[in-house]
Write a protein that binds this ligand. Sequence first.
Ligand code: ATP
Length: 299
Amino acid sequence: MADLSDMSKRPRFRFIINPTSGPSSRVDVAARIKLHLDHQKFDHDIVYTDYAGHAPELAREAAAQGYAVVVAVGGDGTVNEVAQGLLHTETALGIIPRGSGNGLARHLQVPLTVDAAIRFLNQGHRSQIDSGTINGRPFFTTAGIGFDAYISSVFAGSKKRGLQTYVELILKEVRNYRHLPVKAVINGKTIETELFVMAFANAAQYGNNAYIAPMANIRDGLLDVCLVRKLDMFKALQLSYAMLANKPASADSAEYFKTEGVTVQTDHEMMHHADGEYLGKAKEFEVRMVPQSLHVVAR
Ligand SMILES: Nc1ncnc2c1ncn2[C@@H]1O[C@H](COP(=O)(O)OP(=O)(O)OP(=O)(O)O)[C@@H](O)[C@H]1O
């Protein structure tokens, strides 16, 4: 683990702000950076995204120019985009969490308020984490097939944001959700089942401290798979309780696997997501771990 303050040249930080993300309470993040970043130690610039998909370009450009850290200012969607631009480079991802879930920030124990997150960046702790891919698309927190992807698709079309919207959606949609048969291969074993959800966890949680894979270690080179077969109301309650208590669910509600990769096939078009971003439908999925592929500023 290196300390940024040890570097001989003054390290540069780029802050990438997604102006569309964040709670309704407006904080002038640029002003907070001016106030709290250690300007004796670090140079910085601030750029704003103009459109979805802009952040990877801005991050890639900064990595090519030798910036020490690129800080994603936004929710997990922005974090995902910035991190994509930093994969396999020496530039570390920093986070100022501004989303409703903040899954990666929570897993990496980044402070959740703007001022504290900036002061945390000053400490300059760096380490490396794994990332994953689902059908080639990178993810850093979780990806999934089934109900979680369905919720991300409904959420994407909803104007409302935040935890309450998520909970309302889940309660409304869970009763109507149609389970589909899949064939998955995990660690050489073939599983054929009616699927509610198959979640692929690099970090332990979806965000909002909802733990889908409590044992997940973001640095072990392994993916934690949580398989939930057909769900009834009793199992749904058991699973929800376990997720909020940061404990594995009982064996008849969910099964957990550690693996380097998974393939899934189905005769039906199924939805998938990466870090809560809805990615559309497919009949075949390949999920892979990419060990130690991203530097981060984390505890
Ligand atoms: N300038 C922009 N205009 C429109 N969309 C943008 C812009 N910049 C980034 N985006 C898109 O906004 C999406 C959502 O961002 P993000 O997840 O950070 O915020 P959020 O939706 O408020 O957070 P959460 O998902 O935690 O509620 C990103 O996936 C990104 O593609």
